[in-house]
Ligand binder design. Structure first.
Ligand code: B4P
Length: 190
């Protein structure tokens, strides 16, 4: 199976490049951000709790997102592979993902990290915030909080995959097509 973790700070292009990858390689897209926003729009108890944290730029508790991903893996048994977009976002999530995949005789193939500087991230998210209505994209302070959460809790996940020799870095600034070409070059070598 081809299982790719698409990694990077908020606004790095994970969601954007996931769409390209699922089309090119016929993979299932698992975005914890999208799943959580689905829970919010359905008004579920989980969604109501998640919204309070997401609106402040904070991460949702590990056990909540691990449970969600586990359920999605179980309900996509025929998949050729998965794109994990926005997950794992903590080392505990990465460890749990390895365990869940190992129980299915499966594993992560690669982590592809999109490298984008903070000035560009803030610019992109504020532009998206104008159209998307996403409350976490509209306020520079909340965006900075999300980047802080990324730096303190999510960036260490890269070391987890480096230790397994599965880490690949791709420059995330440039055209969407150009960045996808660089991502494909990594995937083709796996
Ligand atoms: P996510 O939904 O994962 O959102 P994100 O990281 O902010 O952005 P995304 O990756 O989708 O955007 P993209 O860069 O593609 O998370 C939202 C929140 O959910 C988190 O803050 C957290 O609270 C919670 N959450 C989610 N997963 C969690 C987890 N595992 N554990 C705990 N909490 C979790 O795109 C951004 C913009 O840039 C777009 O408008 C796009 O068009 C533009 N763009 C993309 N590529 C570009 C390029 N090359 N040039 C110019 N613009 C570009």
């Amino acid at each position: 199976m081809l299982n790719i973790v698409l990694f990077g700070p908020p606004g790095a292009g994970k969601g954007t490049q996931s769409q390209n990858l699922i089309q090119q390689y016929n993979l299932v897209h698992l975005s914890t951000g999208d799943i959580l926003r689905g829970e919010i729009s359905n008004g579920t108890p989980l969604g109501l709790e998640a919204k309070k944290l997401m609106d402040q730029g904070l991460l949702v508790p590990d056990e909540v997102v691990i449970g969600m991903i586990s359920n999605k893996l179980d309900s996509n048994k025929d998949a050729k592979g998965f794109i994990f977009d926005g997950f794992p976002r903590t080392v505990a999530q990465a460890e749990a993902l390895d365990q869940v995949l190992a129980s299915k005789n499966d594993a992560i193939s690669a982590m592809i990290a999109l490298e984008v500087n903070e000035v560009e991230l803030e610019k992109r998210l504020l532009i998206r915030g104008k159209d998307s209505g996403r409350p976490d994209d509209q306020n520079p302070e909340i965006i900075r909080k999300r980047v802080q959460e990324y730096t303190s809790k999510t960036a260490p996940v890269a070391n987890f995959y480096k230790a397994q020799s599965k880490f690949y870095s791709v420059a995330g600034i440039g055209t969407i097509d150009g960045i996808f070409t660089a991502i494909k070059a990594v995937v083709e070598k796996l």
